[in-house]
Design a protein. Structure first.
Lengths: 212, 224
């Protein structure tokens, strides 16, 4: 009887602890990020490809196979690139975006930080280009996967759309350089990840731009 | 029994905290950085790309864009304004693969020489951070359409007829060097310039070329 109580207590503690950890208590007292002003340009990924480490929380935990056969080097096993044709933006024409990403150096399960460093270059043919830097945040996807697993649905988030760009106070995320017609642009971005195959990239970039 | 349950519950919480704190999150392999300290207090570091072996093949066709014939890139061309995006493995001067690099070449508004082209580089070194670079090129290096797809100028022997070494960078810095737009992580807070040099090693019987691209950065900490 005593052993059963101990096991029940341990299990209850494990479940409660995991549930609280998924709520990221370490960030409850963090200051809210500053809001950005500007005009929001929505750029939908018409098509996209990616190769390297898989995208998402399990890849960030060192689990799961690489995407598109990986990049072939141990120094690159937690890195990936993506290229997307983007609709929208300047004059309604298409742009092309290239994204480089790697696991972040300060990931911590206790701090509720699981993601990667990201750099984007978006080019509008004949017009201009912008550089974006930021971080990806896989924690919401990890939490959903854990809840799905607890419900018995399997640890999957297939079919769901996630805001993967991270906005944290004290962390810069947005436009760091621009050229051509966008030379004076500044601002921030949101990146949405949508379900796609292992070598595909789907989603949307919302650019909030202002002239400086 | 209630006391036993509470103690076990607290032990369960402690196990979760311990597991989260001790879980071995993956890290990046790191190589020794080959940085030369300059007499003016700046630092010089070079990165190398060998073509064609360092080109990274695309995992699948990209709808809406055309492939580069030799692989390792795609071209978006909405009417006479092609943008080429190429992906490479990035090496240090010892030959170690330390990161990945993207190169985007296009003709953009505001170029000092309208007939030339602009190249944006992104260098991602997972263990150190990223460098975002931009330059105006010394010639129009945009991809050229062929029946089989797009070809890049340097892939052909004709491009190398004048010589086997090209300085590609022609600005926007006053000394003809490119500009460091931003660095992240270890490279955060740096400003500086860079130059891109192409050197030909060999021209094969079919006309395909091989060689190396060297990106030499000269940087210094931004003064507050």
């Amino acid at each position: 009887m005593r052993i059963l109580v101990i096991i029940a207590g341990l299990l209850a503690g494990l479940v409660a602890g995991t549930a609280v950890l998924l709520l990221r208590p370490a960030q409850w007292l963090a200051p809210a990020p500053l809001s950005q002003e500007g005009t929001t340009v929505v750029m939908k990924m018409v098509s996209g490809i990616q190769r390297g480490s898989a995208v998402g929380p399990f890849a960030a935990l060192g689990l799961g196979p690489p995407s598109g056969g990986g990049l072939g080097e141990t120094s690159l096993q937690y890195s990936r690139f993506g290229i997307a044709v983007l609709d929208g933006g300047l004059d309604g024409g298409r742009a092309i975006g290239v994204k480089l990403a790697a696991l972040g150096p300060d990931n911590s399960l206790l701090a509720g930080h699981l993601g990667g460093e990201v750099a984007w270059n978006v080019i509008w043919p004949g017009l201009g280009s912008i550089f974006l830097v930021g971080e990806e945040d896989y924690w919401p996807e990890l939490a959903d996967a854990m809840r799905a697993g607890a419900r018995g649905d399997g640890f999957t988030t297939d079919g769901q759309r996630y805001l993967v760009s991270r906005h944290g106070a004290g962390e810069f995320q947005g436009v760091v350089g621009a050229s051509g017609r966008l030379q004076t642009a500044a601002g921030s971005y949101d990146e949405w990840k949508e379900p796609a195959g292992p070598t595909a990239m789907a989603g949307q970039l919302d650019l909030t731009l202002r002239a400086e | 029994m209630i006391r036993v349950f509470i103690l076990s519950f607290l032990a369960g919480l402690a196990l979760v905290v311990a597991a989260a704190g001790l879980y071995p999150l993956p890290g990046h392999e790191r190589f020794r950085s080959n940085i030369e300290v300059l007499t003016n207090g700046g630092r010089q570091e070079s990165f190398v790309i060998r073509w064609p072996q360092d080109r990274i093949a695309m995992p699948a066709p990209l709808p809406g864009a055309a492939p580069v014939v030799t692989g390792g890139g795609v071209v978006l061309d909405p009417g006479q304004q092609p943008v080429a995006v190429e992906l490479f493995r990035l090496r240090d001067t010892d030959g170690n693969v330390i990161g990945i690099a993207s190169r985007a070449t296009a003709r953009l508004l505001g170029q000092r020489v309208a007939a030339a082209s602009t190249t944006n580089w992104m260098l991602l070194i997972p263990s150190r951070g990223s460098l975002l670079l931009t330059q105006e090129n010394s010639a129009d290096l945009r991809p050229v359409p062929t029946p089989d797809g797009y070809e890049l100028p340097a892939e052909h022997r004709e491009f190398w007829a004048p010589g086997t070494r090209y300085r590609i960078t022609a600005g926007p810095a006053p000394d003809g060097r490119g500009r460091l737009v931003r660095g992240t992580e270890e490279f955060a807070g740096l400003n500086g310039s860079y130059a891109e040099i192409w050197e030909l090693d060999e021209v094969a019987a079919d006309g395909r070329t091989s060689g190396r691209i060297t990106l030499t950065t000269v940087t210094a900490r931004e003064t507050p």
